[in-house]
Every structure is written in structure tokens, then in C-alpha cells.
Ligand binder design. Structure first.
Ligand code: UD1
Ligand code: CA
Length: 463
């Protein structure tokens, strides 16, 4: 049976006190709205509709490619938002399961989504709702089952979901809550949505009201209680964003440790959801690994390192380094205090040392740039040594120009390589040179003022 997904994300998010939509805020480098979308995809649901407000172009851009969108013209409530999704061309005649989730709940897992769908099919229910129990249910919709008030451990079908603001005293004492995650039968949902009214404390069209409509027509509504109430955690404020980050950070780090990654201080390591790490990697304190970063086995990362979309090979040492869209091959070393910008590629065994910045350049196998250098738009062969303080002058104020350095060449300290320039293989450049002309293979280039000696000058001038 086909399954479609709907993510409600048209809410105002006023408690974030932000000029941008709540669901664009990031949790471990991934926007909030992308978390439920990724969970739905992981559960095998390809067809996803995200409901956005008329002004939320940022959200539409974020999700484009992963989902189609429906615009909810006015925020009339969760049933109205769901109807906006069901009215899109993609879902208007859809038959099968519809999984509905909220865009501000990033901790929902793919396993739970699969479970919701399986239970709906097994039970042939119009709706399965995920529920959780808490000591302090304030603010959540309460799950009223057939036997909620007659049994200590109610297990019956759901007869209603009552919002906090509409609950009487007895209902308000119920500790089983609505997570906001549901699996519906598409046709049953479609016919119930048009019957939902707004005669309640908030004057809103509640999706939770479809439960009573299903019951009245004799259809089944099943509650599935989650084992992990944290999955239902919603982000409404910056405090809750920090808390959700902490929970997800722990979940991700535990999974990496379980598969053989060492972290002595996991609270000081932040790893994005798409990062891949091989066993026997060691992550020291204050390490942030984001985006599509990958780390090969036996590498040591940190302390104080931030890597984004960076591929690190095996047996690398990456100490106090910032690397963005970079590649560090097997056995290479960086830092302390290295900055690898987009397009930096350290080949096998290469080194970018202290206070070294590299941009859009290849540093060949075993080549070393150990101290205080800037290398940009450069292709460097293997076995090169770049002396301290050397710089490729790649920018003339208008255009960027390339530098090429051959294999086994020695660049003396404090060399300025004024691009475009080619320095051959096995060449030597004297320290302090300003290289403006190409240097042939095997040559020595010296481009600096000659030293003059004036005997006895100092005593004669010091009074
Ligand atoms: C909702 C549930 C409640 C449940 C709780 C779980 C309803 C009526 N209530 O309450 O039973 O316990 O979630 O967190 O559904 N949204 C729209 N358009 C709207 C209104 C809301 O897209 O017109 C979106 C919001 O962006 C949000 C989600 O729907 O992602 C939930 O809306 P919200 O107003 O936060 O519902 P709650 O009061 O939290
Ligand atoms: Ca909410």
C-alpha cells in the first residue's frame, strides 16, 4: 500500500522571537523542518507535502527537492493545514496511508513512523495516533480512550482527543497525551476533514476533531503508545531548541561510540546527522563535524576543530583546524591553527601546519606547508617544502591567478610567488624572494636585494 507524508509547518513560531520562520532554525546543522522530512524518507515515504504560510518562501526553498509544498492562506488550525495538503494535485486523489507530523518535532524516528503505518494496516483503522505519558501533561491534547476513566491501564480505542484549553477537570488529569503524529487512511481523512468545525476555546479547526468524526461513523481509532516520549519533543522556543540539540547530540554520539569511535568528552563533540565516521577514530574536546563530513579510521580530530563537508582519510591528525569543503587524504596532518577553505586538497601525507591558510589548492603527496603561509589557487606537486611565511599572491585586486609548483621543489622562507607563475620541479627558491617570472626545472631562483657589508659602521654611528 502506498504511503504519503504531510509535514505541518505554517505555524507562526512567535516564541522563538525571530525574524525568520521557526522551522528554518538549525539543529546540528540541519534545519528543523528537514528532520521530520528525513525521518519520513528514511521510513521509505517518497511523496511528502510540507504545509507553509503564504510568506514562508524561505521554508519552501529549503524543502524544494525533498518535498512539494501547499500554502495555507490563513492559520485556521491543524485540520485546515492538513486540508491544504490533501487538496494539492499530488494528494487530491491519493489512496493509501497518510502520515501526518509537525515540522517542529525533530526527534521523531523512522522506526516509529514505520510502526504507525504497520499498525494502521494491521488494525484496518481510520487513524493511528502516537501517544506518550508524562507526569506534567500541561499544554498537550489529552487522549480519551473507551476505558480511560474506568481502567488503571487503559488499552481501549480512542474516542476523543481533547485540547488543554477545552478539557474539563477530569480530562485535564489524564496523563496520556497526543504526540501530533498520526497515520490515517487517506479516503477516511479526506471525508472527515470537510466535517471538522471550529466550535472550541481557540476557534480553530483542530485535526484532533477527526477522531470523534471517525468514531461516529463506526471507524476505528487506535492509540500507539511510544516507548520514548522524547521522540515527541517539540521546539517552540530557543531553550527547547537547545534541549532538542542536547538530546540529538547524545543520541548521535552514543551511536558513533557504539560503533567504535572514541570520545572522552561527548558533551563537547557535536556531530551532524549525515556525518560518517569509521571505527578507531578519536574525537577530542570541542569538535564540530557537520554536513557531509567523513572521517577515516585511526584519525585523531581536535581539540578545537570544526569540519564541514570535509573528507578526512585514514590515519590523519587534524588539530585545531577549521576545514570547509576540503579534502585531507590518508596520513596528512593539519594544524594546530590551520584554515582549509573550499577546494583545499591535502594529498597523502601532506601537511598544513600552524597559521596556514589554504584555498582551492592541491598540496601534493608528502608536500609540507608547515608555518605561517597562504596558499591559494595553487597546484603543488609532491615532495615540496614551503618555507615559513611564504605566500602565493593570487589576487591582483581584480582577478585571481594560478600558481604551479613542480615536484621536489624547495621554496625558501618568506617567498612571495606573484601569480600567474610556474615554478618547475626540483627547483630551489632563495628565502625572501619575490618571484614574478617562471622558474625552470632544477634551477635556483633568487629575487631579492644583495646584502651589502660596511665594516666598522656601527661603532662609528652609535654615539
Ligand atoms: C497540537 C495538538 C495537540 C498535541 C500537540 C503536540 C491540535 C489541535 N493539537 O497542539 O493535541 O498534543 O500538538 O505537540 O492539533 N500549524 C499549521 N497551521 C495552523 C496551525 C498549526 O501549519 O493553522 C502547524 C504548526 O506550525 C505546528 C503544528 O501545526 O507545527 C502544531 O500546531 P500548534 O498550534 O503548535 O499545536 P499545539 O497547540 O502544540
Ligand atoms: Ca506545538
Amino acid at each position: 500500500m502506498d504511503t504519503a507524508g504531510i509535514v505541518l509547518a505554517a505555524g507562526a513560531g512567535t516564541r522563538m522571537k525571530s525574524k525568520r520562520p521557526k522551522v528554518t532554525h538549525e539543529l546540528l546543522g540541519r534545519p528543523l523542518v528537514m528532520w521530520p522530512i528525513c525521518a519520513l524518507k528514511e521510513a521509505g515515504i517518497a511523496d511528502i507535502c510540507v504545509v507553509v504560510g503564504p510568506e514562508d518562501t524561505q521554508v519552501s526553498e529549503l524543502v524544494s527537492g525533498a518535498a512539494h509544498t501547499a500554502v495555507q492562506q490563513q492559520k485556521l488550525g491543524t485540520a485546515d493545514a492538513t486540508k491544504a495538503a490533501m487538496d494539492t494535485a499530488e494528494l487530491a486523489t491519493f489512496e493509501g496511508n497518510v502520515v501526518l507530523v509537525y515540522g517542529d518535532c525533530p526527534l521523531l524516528s523512522a522506526d516509529t513512523i514505520r510502526h504507525l503505518v504497520d499498525v494502521r494496516i494491521q488494525e484496518d483503522a481510520a487513524c493511528v495516533v502516537l501517544t506518550f505519558k508524562v507526569e506534567e501533561p500541561f499544554g498537550y491534547g489529552r487522549i480519551i480512550r473507551e476505558d480511560t476513566f474506568s481502567s488503571d491501564v487503559p488499552t481501549g480505542q480512542v474516542v476523543a482527543i481533547v485540547e488543554e484549553k477545552d478539557a474539563d477537570e477530569e480530562q485535564a488529569r489524564v496523563r496520556e497525551c497526543n504526540s501530533g503524529f498520526y497515520c490515517f487512511d487517506a479516503a477516511a481523512l479526506r471525508s472527515a476533514l470537510v466535517q471538522v468545525g471550529c466550535d472550541n476555546a481557540q476557534g480553530e479547526y483542530y485535526i484532533t476533531d477527526v477522531v470523534e468524526i471517525f468514531r461516529a461513523q463506526g471507524s476505528k481509532v487506535v492509540a500507539l503508545e511510544t516507548e520514548d516520549a522524547l521522540e515527541c519533543y517539540g521546539v517552540n522556543s530557543r531553550m527547547q531548541l537547545a534541549e532538542a540539540t542536547r538530546i540529538m547530540q547524545r543520541r548521535i554520539n552514543d551511536a558513533h561510540m557504539a560503533s567504535g569511535v572514541t570520545m572522552l568528552a561527548p558533551d563537547l563533540v557535536w556531530i551532524g546527522p549525515d556525518v560518517e565516521i569509521e571505527p578507531d577514530v578519536e574525537l577530542l574536546q570541542n569538535v564540530t563535524l557537520m554536513g557531509s563530513t567523513r572521517i577515516g579510521e585511526d584519525s585523531v580530530i581536535g581539540p578545537d576543530t570544526r569540519l564541514a563537508n570535509t573528507i578526512v582519510g585514514r590515519g590523519c591528525t587534524v588539530d585545531e583546524t577549521v576545514a570547509l569543503d576540503a579534502r585531507i587524504d590518508d596520513g596528512a596532518t593539519t594544524g594546530p591553527r590551520a584554515y582549509l577553505r573550499p577546494g583545499a586538497h591535502l594529498c597523502r601525507g601532506a601537511k598544513a601546519g600552524t597559521h596556514v591558510e589554504i584555498k582551492k589548492s592541491t598540496i601534493g603527496e608528502g608536500s609540507k606547508v608547515p608555518h605561517l603561509s597562504y596558499i591559494g589557487d595553487t597546484t603543488m606537486g609532491s615532495g615540496v617544502n614551503v618555507g615559513a611565511g611564504s605566500i602565493t599572491c593570487n589576487y591582483d585586486g581584480t582577478h585571481k591567478h594560478p600558481t604551479v609548483i613542480g615536484d621536489d621543489t624547495f621554496i625558501g622562507s618568506d617567498t612571495m610567488m606573484v601569480a600567474p607563475v610556474n615554478i618547475g620541479s626540483n627547483a630551489t627558491v632563495g628565502a625572501g624572494s619575490v618571484i614574478t617570472k617562471d622558474v625552470p626545472d632544477d634551477a635556483l631562483a633568487v629575487a631579492r636585494a644583495r646584502e651589502s657589508i660596511y665594516d666598522g659602521w656601527t661603532p662609528a654611528h652609535r654615539k
